[in-house]
Design a protein around this ligand. Structure first.
Ligand code: SF4
Length: 219
């Protein structure tokens, strides 16, 4: 589908349609070795700021074609949406609210990386009306984490869960993965037991897929 076709398709959306918006943040601090997502490592803030400016322009483009239709779902994926600063996130939500009708928003979901999640970001998500958060965890055994290039202690995940709950973000999902290199069934059982003790609303279990070009998915 080219640009003209996509624009025509947006313009033909029925006036009473309920719209779902997906915002992709294609940056992470480091790239996990198993990752198959569309993302890049960003140690500096400049590329992220440039990308945010592009998203502002994209919101205007899409809103012009769609009209100010009602949006019932927003999902932020990546990459790592919480690589945005709290200000960048809240300004983008303000922009969405300016260009779309968000008064009947049912679900506002964000994927986060517990390793870089902050109290400021938890407060910002809560103030922005986010009502579902999923945490990328995969496996909590250190020997597996070293092989996949993503080391995060269980305490780091628990801290992120606590920050969310302290800011009234109660709908929490935790993403796990089976079939990782060096991961045994016992490792998976231990991970599930640790995560279950954190009492998330749901656990999503994904199968590992070796993507061409990855060093060792889902974020
Ligand atoms: S797995 Fe998640 S955090 Fe790791 S590089 Fe991929 S998108 Fe980023």
């Amino acid at each position: 589908m080219d640009h003209a076709e996509f624009g025509a398709w947006l313009r033909e959306t029925p006036p009473d349609a309920a719209i779902s918006l997906y915002l992709h943040v294609p940056y992470c601090r480091d790239i996990c070795w198993y990752c198959g997502c569309n993302t890049y490592a960003a140690r500096r803030t400049e590329p992220i700021a440039t990308y945010v400016e592009t998203v502002y322009a994209e919101i205007d483009l899409v809103a012009d074609m769609l009209g100010g239709k009602r949006v019932t779902e927003i999902h932020w994926g990546g990459g790592t949406p919480n690589i945005l600063s709290p200000e960048q996130f809240s300004h983008l939500v303000a922009k969405l609210s300016e260009r779309f009708d968000l008064r009947r928003l049912v679900r506002h979901a964000v994927e986060i990386d517990p390793r870089t999640f902050s109290a400021d970001m938890a407060r910002t998500l809560s103030e922005a009306g986010v009502n579902r958060v999923s945490l990328g965890v995969q496996d909590l055994n250190e020997h597996v984490q070293r092989v996949i290039g993503r080391v995060q202690q269980p305490a780091v995940v628990q801290r992120a869960v606590d920050l969310l709950r302290n800011h009234r973000l109660m709908d929490i999902s935790i993403d796990l993965m089976y079939g990782l290199p060096d991961q045994t069934i016992g490792d998976l059982r231990d991970t599930i037991a640790l995560v279950a003790a954190m009492k998330p609303n749901r656990i999503s279990l994904f199968g590992y897929a070796q993507c061409p070009g990855s060093r060792s998915g889902k974020g």
